[in-house]
Write a protein that binds this ligand. Structure first.
Ligand code: SAM
Length: 273
């Protein structure tokens, strides 16, 4: 078995990922392909990357295709990421709109920290009387990576994901400690479900949402795909619904669909309907 990557194979893998997941690797990412896909070669009994490329193009290889996409996703996330967004949701949007029910989509949920942080912030605000205790909520977390979603569903975290973004106090309040690992308490898992979903596919089956988190995923996509996804998110938002992008991402070119709001140091986009 050889793990040398020919330029033509790199190009073919890049093209496959762009077409099927929207992910663009950018120049100089050969090392990433070698380290992430090299591991799949023995599992799928492939002699080299050339054979992997041939199999990817063939029919009846959906398991391999899924594994390649899964392995090439970057699932980096952490607890309370961009804290200003959660504060803005609770103390800006919800205290203003006072909904009786809330439907939230974590559109690139990865291992679940975004969806669970949202639930923690909602529950804290309800217990503290900042928003109605009777407000019902549903949070749907979706991602293209089944491996990431498996971890999300387990709500149990070890290593870096058991600490990144969390203070000692937060670890004690929201989790059960188990050795070096932590498990989210059941009350913060209520109302949350996870499902595999590719953002390139139509959104219709997901229903309508009041809030969408689509953070730190569009950076991997072309401008054209980014535009397409943002305009389709506008269509699944209920009137007055809000979209959060990653703190380093921008909404340029969609001012007709969304109005930018800057509340308490955080940015959010409200659909113009
Ligand atoms: C860097 S993580 C962001 C996680 C979280 N939203 C955050 O901001 O912390 C990006 C996630 O996007 C997912 N992703 C990449 N391409 C996707 C696609 N076409 N459809 C759905 N999810 C995708 C990856 O699997 C990965 O888990």
């Amino acid at each position: 078995m050889t793990r040398q990557l020919k330029h033509a194979d790199y190009e073919a893998i890049h093209e496959f990922l762009e077409r099927n997941a929207g992910i663009r690797l950018g120049p100089g990412k050969e090392y990433l392909v070698v380290s992430r896909l090299g591991r799949l070669l023995p599992t799928y009994e492939l002699a080299d990357f050339g054979e992997l490329v041939t199999k990817l193009a063939g029919f009846g290889n959906s398991r391999l295709q899924t594994a390649v996409i899964d392995a090439m996703t970057t699932n980096e996330t952490f607890w309370f990421r961009d804290l200003a967004h959660y504060r803005l949701l609770v103390d800006g949007i919800l205290t203003e709109t006072k909904p009786s029910r809330l439907r939230i989509w974590s559109a690139a949920a990865s291992t679940g920290q975004e969806a669970y942080t949202t639930a923690i912030c909602l529950q804290d605000a309800m217990q503290g009387g900042r928003i109605s205790r009777n407000m019902g909520y549903e949070i749907i977390g979706t991602d293209i990576s089944e491996t990431a979603l498996e971890e999300a569903r387990g709500a149990s975290y070890c290593g870096v994901s058991a600490s990144r973004g969390l203070s000692d106090d937060q670890r004690r309040r929201y989790f059960r400690e188990d050795g070096g690992c932590i498990e989210l308490l059941p009350q913060y898992r209520k109302g949350i479900s996870f499902r595999t979903f590719n953002l390139l596919k139509p959104f219709d089956a997901l229903g309508k949402f009041d809030v969408v988190f689509c953070r730190n995923v569009l950076i991997y996509f072309s401008q054209e795909r980014k535009r397409d996804i943002i305009s389709r998110i506008a269509r699944v938002l209920n009137p007055g619904g809000h979209l959060f992008l990653g703190s380093t991402e921008s909404m340029s070119g969609h001012e007709d669909l969304f109005e930018m709001r800057n509340i308490g140091g955080g940015l959010v986009y409200r659909v113009r309907r």
